[in-house]
Design a protein around this ligand. Structure first.
Ligand code: PLP
Length: 251
């Protein structure tokens, strides 16, 4: 122990529980984010309890997932199967809800179906039978949100079903064993009007409810646009950097 980390004389410290600065940093950021969500909800007359914060742990180690669980977080989000599968495995004792929020490849569907509570990113018909088969083989039910394209100028690699094709995809999911259709997910276009985009997402959800009245998830809003998402009716926010810090550049 160096002199800096030695406690001042007279302060009692449990040597088995050294001060964890990362834990304190994450706790403070989580509290600040929860306050930010509550303020955003009150501003539009919504109860803050109606909004679930999914903490996006991509690129951060499993130790951070444990820290979050200790702080009462129940929902975590990941966007790559390989990383998510390993973390879900090493944190299986925590009984967390794992949300898969990234672009999904069909050959990863069976793996994702083994740990994901919710897949937010079903955006094309070919994923549905693969995910359904994976869920049935794993003897699980996987909740599904349709990722809807909110970009008026569709961009390569951003994903999302065209709003006009959402109803057909929803019917597909609803008819598939092992899958339970829950709602929609959207990402606001880069540099665009986030509120307008999330309102379009809410409209798509409303339309789907004509056929599927039980839909109860609108997954929208990240660190930079959570206020707009709450204003448009989001039930689930996907927050990474505001809680865990800025991620290292993508590998
Ligand atoms: C990374 C990611 C987030 C979290 O973004 P932050 O800006 O770090 O809050 C949310 N949604 C998706 C789909 C992501 O990939």
């Amino acid at each position: 122990m160096n002199s800096e980390s030695r406690p001042p004389i007279g302060e009692s410290v449990n040597p088995a529980a050294p001060r964890d600065e990362r834990q304190e940093q994450v706790a403070a950021a989580l509290t600040a984010t929860r306050e930010r969500v509550a303020r955003a909800a009150r501003a539009v007359g919504r109860p803050p309890e109606a909004i679930t914060v999914i903490v996006v742990t991509k690129t951060w180690p499993a130790d951070d997932v444990r820290r979050l669980a200790q702080l009462g977080v129940r929902d975590v989000g990941e966007n790559r199967d390989q990383e998510a599968a390993a973390k879900a495995q090493s944190c299986s004792d925590l009984n967390l809800n794992w949300h898969f929020i990234g672009q999904m490849q069909r050959n990863k569907a069976a793996s994702v179906a083994r740990y994901a509570a919710v897949v937010h990113s079903v955006d094309r018909p070919t994923l549905v039978p693969a995910l359904s088969r994976g869920a049935v083989n794993a003897d699980r039910t996987v909740d599904v949100c349709l990722q809807v394209n909110l970009d008026p100028v569709p961009r390569e690699g951003r994903g999302g079903v065209d709003p006009d094709h959402a109803a057909a995809l929803a019917a597909d999911v609803a008819a598939s064993p092992g899958l339970r259709l829950r709602g929609v997910m959207g990402v606001a276009p880069l540099g665009g009007d986030a509120l307008g985009a999330f309102e379009r997402l809410a409209t798509v959800l409303d339309r789907l409810r004509e056929e599927h009245p039980g839909l109860d998830m609108m997954s929208a809003g990240m660190s930079g646009d959570l206020e707009q998402a709450v204003a448009a009716g989001a039930t689930h926010l996907r927050i990474g950097s505001a809680i865990l810090g800025s991620r290292p550049p993508l590998r």
